[in-house]
Design a protein around this ligand. Structure first.
Ligand SMILES: NC(=O)c1ccc[n+]([C@@H]2O[C@H](COP(=O)([O-])OP(=O)(O)OC[C@H]3O[C@@H](n4cnc5c(N)ncnc54)[C@H](OP(=O)(O)O)[C@@H]3O)[C@@H](O)[C@H]2O)c1
Length: 388
């Protein structure tokens, strides 16, 4: 089968011809991959900094969506032909950037027919990480103030959405171009991280610091700590936990596979309470280019690899109508407004904030931004895929 991967740690991603997957073990599911997600965590895996459980030569990739092609003897809850998404580690055989991917059944979640595979493939790592950070590591409660440092990225945007979904007032740091998008995702206040005094701005806005903070910026957690109140909580997803101070609880989060939780996040996506934006899409043959585009395309939009044309039915026709142009899910999302109303206790009128959930955000959904995003020569045109 075709795969995108590496011959040795640190080598460039290339197209590999790998043997077909072996016979399944009792707890395994074989996924006929239609789309596989990418993030800069894959760059860490490429260079050997994240042990995925197998060694090169190997397909990379830790998240994928597609159809169940076969199940092991003990798998009762999934059937051949089901639409699924998965983040399954340690890898049982090969990574997810391949035509077929073996996942462990408890790491797999069903995907409703109206969620496109691109969106389902881009969801698992960012959404699981964000949920494990906001829910488990920080235990965010309604009415609390939460800072998300590095909210402009794919995972950063999920942190904002899930904190807002829990009823928190969210302060985000991001670049100026991301401000309106993050307001639409639920941030009450967006501060420009290019201003080095943003932690002081947060302290001033919150009379002493936020209750909880999530850091999504490499080497950014020490600065994030300055914006947390005494006895508050800090969680970082970039492996840089600072020494504890002022009785602040510090946690480092590494994404953990969890099919049940992933299923709940898929449901949030289906309900429109969570959005994932997909930017550029590349075939497996262009895996190296795709990885180089991570973080350089439309801000907050994921890059997706596709082993072949996406078909929504097993063995179905090659491509859906509109497949090669911008896609929106659902179609009505083009006119969707901000999901979360402005919360009481926000920071309206503070001159330091770049934005405070502007009314214009209602017309500027992340869909609209992503769907017009530039794309590199190799990839297919950008498509905004969201469940909002
Ligand atoms: N621990 C885990 O299991 C786990 C899981 C997922 C991700 N991660 C890590 O979390 C980090 C973020 O992931 P992601 O998916 O959100 O990445 P991403 O999509 O590549 O996000 C990059 C964004 O970060 C923002 N940014 C860059 N420098 C910044 C700074 N100094 N201060 C504030 N924001 C800054 C930029 O926002 P603007 O465009 O607004 O400028 C940029 O768009 C990555 O390092 C990733 O490896 C860890």
């Amino acid at each position: 089968m075709k795969a995108a991967g590496i011959r040795e740690f640190g080598a460039s991603v290339e197209l590999l011809g790998l043997p077909e997957p072996r016979t399944l073990r009792p707890d395994e599911v074989l996924i006929d991959v239609r789309a596989a997600g990418m993030g800069n965590w894959d760059e860490i895996a490429r260079t050997g900094g994240w042990d995925l459980g197998v060694r090169p030569p190997m397909a990379l990739g830790v998240e994928a969506a597609g159809f169940v092609a076969a199940v092991g003897d003990q798998v009762a809850e999934l059937r051949v032909g089901d639409r699924v998404t998965a983040h399954s580690l340690p890898l049982r055989e090969q990574g997810a950037w391949a035509e077929r991917y073996i996942a462990v059944a408890p790491h797999v979640a069903a995907v409703p027919p109206d969620i496109p595979f691109d969106a389902a493939a881009a969801l698992p790592v960012p959404a699981l990480t964000a949920d494990q950070t906001i829910g488990d590591a920080l235990g965010v409660r309604p009415g609390e103030t939460v800072l998300v440092n590095g909210a402009g990225g794919v995972t950063g945007g999920m942190l904002v959405q899930l904190a807002a979904h829990r009823g928190a007032t969210v302060i985000a740091t991001a670049g100026p171009d991301s401000a309106d998008r993050l307001a639409a995702l639920g941030a009450a206040t967006v501060l420009d991280y290019h201003r080095p005094d943003w932690p002081q701005q947060v302290r001033a806005l919150t009379q002493g610091g936020v209750d909880a903070a999530a850091n999504a910026v490499p080497s950014g957690s020490a600065r994030t700590m300055r914006a947390v109140r005494d006895r508050g909580r800090l969680a970082t997803i970039t492996s840089d936990p600072p020494a504890a101070e002022r009785d602040i609880t510090v946690r480092a989060v590494l994404v953990a596979p969890d099919g049940r939780r992933l299923g709940r996040l898929v449901q949030l996506l289906a309900q429109g309470a969570l959005t994932v934006s997909v930017g550029e899409r590349f075939p497996l043959e262009q895996g190296a280019m795709a990885l180089a585009r991570v973080g350089h395309g439309a801000p907050g939009s994921a890059v997706v690899l596709r082993p072949g044309p996406v078909t929504e039915r097993p063995g179905g026709p090659a491509a859906l109508p509109g497949e090669h142009g911008p896609q929106r899910y659902p179609a009505s999302a083009a006119t969707a407004s901000v999901v979360s109303p402005a919360r009481p206790g926000g920071y309206s009128g503070c001159g330091m904030a770049m934005t405070r959930r502007p009314a214009a955000a209602a017309e500027r959904s992340p869909l609209a931004e992503s769907s017009t995003a530039a794309h590199s020569g190799g990839g297919q045109p950008s498509a905004a895929v969201t469940a909002r």
